[in-house]
Design a protein around this ligand. Structure first.
Ligand SMILES: Cc1ncc(COP(=O)(O)O)c(C=O)c1O
Length: 388
């Protein structure tokens, strides 16, 4: 028997409480019982999003909500601005191109953040830009983008702001209304640590104006159909939703509010800080050089030149039972990513770095055994978050 641990930036480990809810006997999605649970989930999502806007629940992974944002908001040939520095930001570009949009791509080096002033410049030069799309937490690199500043800029232009907050929500403060975010996308399997398969998407009045004029093809992800179903009492979804996932999410949201959102942000920050300390103690470089651009969901670490990152990840999973992730796209083999998002505590990070040390040792990397584990422990011991 090899005990297994999942420390990826999603899907995340799921707590026993949430798993029990997920395993409850199925209820019908048109029953009042489900309707009441769904109504609760929608209210709790609004609280998580800090918004008065409607938040819709789609049965898909996060990418489905990214597609819904594009398919619903535009007309064929519309011009959009995608600002990105990683794989998930590029996904906005790919989806937009697939739907026949004209994409202006502000493409930054992977590992650095988007510069809000570049967005201002583009919007100032071009009043035909219908939307700005940007990831909040770019999970392929561990970068966090300054969405508050971007929101402050975009609000003064006709364009709407579409934010992929799939790993940003729950890990970092996000203020949908205060920051003027028109469409914000999340996913069940990330910070909430619920099962995979549900995406959420909030829509502002400014975004509805575009949605009402959209002529792009859509059916399953039609937000007008979702709005019509949600206006029923109790609210519904147009098609059969992931019933058990929504039931599990209801518990996951309660757990989040029992902890308190501010505490949850602090916890993610504590996990991230300890992980950065662990990497640095091994003499390994963090991909995100600028400390202010490091997000709290994922730590991306450059692997030494002599080591194949893919091999490292594989040994860690197969020999030690610890699943982390490698690099994506052009960073494949060059970095590893430790996820500390959702249902993660101090000892998970210690496990991750303990296993990392053992694999590095297997691969012949020279370092003082215990250095990372000790640095992680000290980071936790010195962190006020854990004071009781
Ligand atoms: C920032 C970000 N955007 C989009 C996605 C894609 O989400 P999904 O795999 O749920 O479709 C992910 C998944 O890791 C992500 O982290």
């Amino acid at each position: 028997m090899l005990k297994k641990y999942i420390l990826t930036p999603g899907p995340t480990a799921i707590s026993e409480d949430v798993l029990i809810e997920h395993g409850r006997p199925l209820i019908h999605h048109r029953s009042p019982e489900f309707g009441n649970i769904f109504a609760e989930v929608l209210e709790k999502l609004k609280k998580l999003y800090r918004t008065k806007n409607d938040v819709f629940v789609l049965t898909s992974s996060g990418t489905g909500a990214m597609e819904a944002a594009v398919a619903n908001s535009f007309k064929k040939g519309d011009r959009v601005l995608v600002a990105s520095s990683g794989k998930f930001g590029e996904r906005f570009k790919e989806i937009s191109e697939e739907f026949g949009l004209e994409v202006i791509h502000l493409d930054y080096e992977w590992g650095s953040a988007v510069n809000p002033e570049d967005i201002r410049e583009r919007l100032e030069d071009d009043n035909k830009i219908r939307a700005v799309m940007v990831p909040f937490s770019e999970t392929s690199t561990g970068v966090i983008n300054d969405i508050e500043s971007i929101g402050d800029i975009v609000k003064d232009y006709p364009a709407i702001l579409i934010v992929d907050a799939i790993t940003g929500l729950v890990t970092t403060d996000l203020e949908t209304d205060k920051w003027h975010l028109d469409i914000v996308i999340g996913g069940s399997q990330k910070g909430l640590s619920a099962p995979t398969g549900i995406a959420f998407i909030s829509v502002s009045d400014k975004a509805w104006k575009l949605i009402d004029q959209s002529d792009l093809p859509k059916y399953y992800f039609d937000l007008k159909a979702a709005r019509k179903a949600m206006q029923k009492n109790p609210p519904q979804t147009p098609w059969t939703p992931g019933i058990s996932i929504i039931v599990a999410m209801n518990r996951a949201l309660d757990i989040l509010f029992e902890e308190g959102m501010e505490r949850a942000f602090e916890r993610h920050r504590a996990m991230a800080n300890a992980s950065w300390a662990g990497a640095e103690a091994l003499g390994l470089e963090l991909l995100v050089a600028e400390p202010g651009s490091r997000g709290f969901s994922t730590t991306a670490i450059r692997v030494p030149e002599s080591i194949d990152g893919k091999e490292l990840v594989k040994i860690m999973r197969v020999k030690y039972g610890v699943t982390i992730t490698g690099g994506q796209g052009k960073l494949a083999g060059k970095i590893i990513r430790i996820g500390h998002i959702g249902y993660v505590g101090m000892f998970d990070i210690i496990i991750a770095f303990s296993a990392l040390e053992m694999v590095l040792s297997d691969l012949g990397f020279k370092f003082e055994v215990g250095a990372a584990v000790s640095a992680v422990q000290k980071a936790f011991m010195n962190n006020n978050y854990f004071n009781i």
